[in-house]
Design a protein around this ligand. Sequence first.
Ligand SMILES: [Zn+2]
Length: 369
Amino acid sequence: MDVLENMEGDNVLNLSRMDLDTVPLEDISEEKQNETQQLLLTHNRFSVFPGSVACFRNLLFLDISSNRLTFICDEILELGKLKTLIAKNNRMDEFSLPKDLGKMGLEIVNFSGNRFEEVPSQLLELQRLKSLSLGGNRLKTIPPKIEHLISLELLYLGGNGIISIPPELANLPYLSYLGLCDNRIQGLPPQLAQLNSLRSLSLHNNLLTYLPREILNLVHLQELSLRGNPLVVRFVKDLIYNPPSLLELAGRIVKSRNLCYTLKDMPGNLVSYLDSASKCPNPKCAGVYFDSCVRHIKFVDFCGKYRLPLMHYLCSPQCFSPCSSNSQSDCDSEDEFNVPRHRMQKVLLGTARALKPQVFFLIWLTELE
Ligand SMILES: [Zn+2]
């Protein structure tokens, strides 16, 4: 099969679209098997991962997308150099993978378009994994063990049925791209603000009504997509407010008047209670709160153009500024959180209804320099 072997560069063997259900090893010289680093088997008829692929012992890249794959057998574990495994658009679920897959040195895994209902535990053991795509599956949750993927730079989980995000996701120090679009997410954990490397956050088509104000701490964020969320556009406040306890009222006085207290003055549990005070985020209020606070949606001016609803807590209902009950204007709120224009490159906020539904509005928030 000389023609086949000469189709690509020396290191690439392309066996895509050949109606294969086995790899025709008899037609591939041993020399070619040894020098092949990239093997493409897409758009064939494989239902089981072909074990003979183990003969390509120098393989770095394997793409077996768009087959009928339901099972990957143990032979894949013999590919000791494999870095990239792409098996999009197949029929795999969490029972399809070898038990020891997590011991491989994989850096890029793309299992989008399969039937996974949960993130397979083997994938969470891949210490060198930099890029994980599981878009278009049937995931409902993100496991807290996602934090074990300490090398992860890209995580794409769009097009699933994910409802919530575990705070552990925020423990990924190198995560720079996070794709969570087209899910059913109702809220973001404020811990997300710890993702110091995050540059792109895609949240379009979810059920978000507001964002945690901590999101403004994502100093490297350049792209944020929010279209297709029921973001609140009017001032709202949570009317459920439990009046502060006497303990809280006393504690507030101690803290706001900067009274000194030590373990000699009071029991340890009171000292730790006093130490747990949160500062009221209203810049015009020097107060603190403990357990009793009011949820408040604040509209923050993004780069002088767009107002995003961010959620935070205030110390009491009286802490609202006089003008903030006035539906859309929360006029004192802007100065403190203004996001520098240069920081955010684009925010996707809405669809252009007049255009085709697929055409999205790109709102550029900085001039291109
Ligand atoms: Zn206050």
